[in-house]
Design a protein around this ligand. Structure first.
Ligand code: CA
Length: 250
């Protein structure tokens, strides 16, 4: 791909959202390659809350390894990285024949950097510092161009999780969830049928590792169940002894 793929950001159409129900187990995976820990954690949190499954790599070599060995729907790639820089990562991804969409993050004013990124095969770029809403719009636009549609609503039995509007319904009744409860439920719902360990849950919902004695996750699940399962005859959140939690219809 050459510089001809450069398009002006289509902000109007980026706001058009398609709601559709999701086939079980499908999710959109995004790799974030960003060495600044705070920026990486911020991106991860925002994208997770928006319904994406994310991994973070903190340098170019790890990022390249992940991008080449795992399947992602999108890579968000910072240009300035320790060791192997973003351009080198991008060039190598394309050289190895991987066509995974890449959203390139560059510094303000560095026009040459952006052109170089696009020439190397980036799908779009974003100039730092950026607003998260703009990044989300670009992510959705890139995915849409590549024919991926991110589900806005997950439906599991009579449970409906609206990832975009952060609304939850069960049997048509609106459930009032705190932000962490919503993050926990949307993680379980996106990965329905998959047993999630306390560690995985802690990393995704709290962006941190709790030591194994911590019962933060158990307490949060109990609170969530009180709202999502207790008032209803069919239970969806299940404990798998010694392993973690799973959301599924049994
Ligand atoms: Ca950087």
């Amino acid at each position: 791909m050459g510089a001809s793929c450069l398009r002006q950001p289509d902000t109007e159409s980026s706001r058009i959202r398609i709601t559709h129900s999701l086939s079980p187990g499908s999710s959109v995976r995004i790799l974030i390659v960003e060495d600044e820990k705070k920026a990486g954690a911020f991106l991860r949190k925002g994208l997770t809350e928006s319904g994406f499954v994310t991994d973070v790599a903190e340098d170019g070599d790890d990022g390249l390894l992940n991008a080449l060995t795992l399947e992602y729907d999108l890579v968000i790639l910072d240009a300035m990285l320790p060791g192997r820089d973003g351009w080198s990562v991008l060039a190598e991804i394309r050289r190895q024949g991987k066509s995974t969409p890449v959203l390139f993050l560059t510094a303000r004013g560095a026009v040459q950097d952006r052109v170089k990124g696009l020439e190397l095969g980036a799908d779009d770029y974003l100039v730092k510092p950026y607003a998260f809403s703009e990044l989300l719009a670009r992510v959705r636009a890139v995915l849409r161009r590549r024919g991926e549609r991110q589900p806005d609503t997950l439906q599991i039995a009579d449970l409906q999780v609206d990832l975009l509007r952060h609304k939850v319904q069960r049997s048509g009744a609106r459930l009032d969830l705190a932000p962490k409860e919503f993050a926990l439920l949307s993680l379980l719902a996106r990965r329905q049928g998959e047993i999630l360990s306390r560690l995985i849950i802690a990393e995704h919902v709290w962006d941190m590792n709790f030591d194994s004695d911590s019962n933060v996750v158990d307490v949060a699940v109990r609170r969530l169940r009180r709202k999502v399962d207790d008032p209803f005859p069919i239970k969806l959140i299940h404990t798998v002894r010694g392993m973690g939690y799973v959301l599924e219809v049994r």
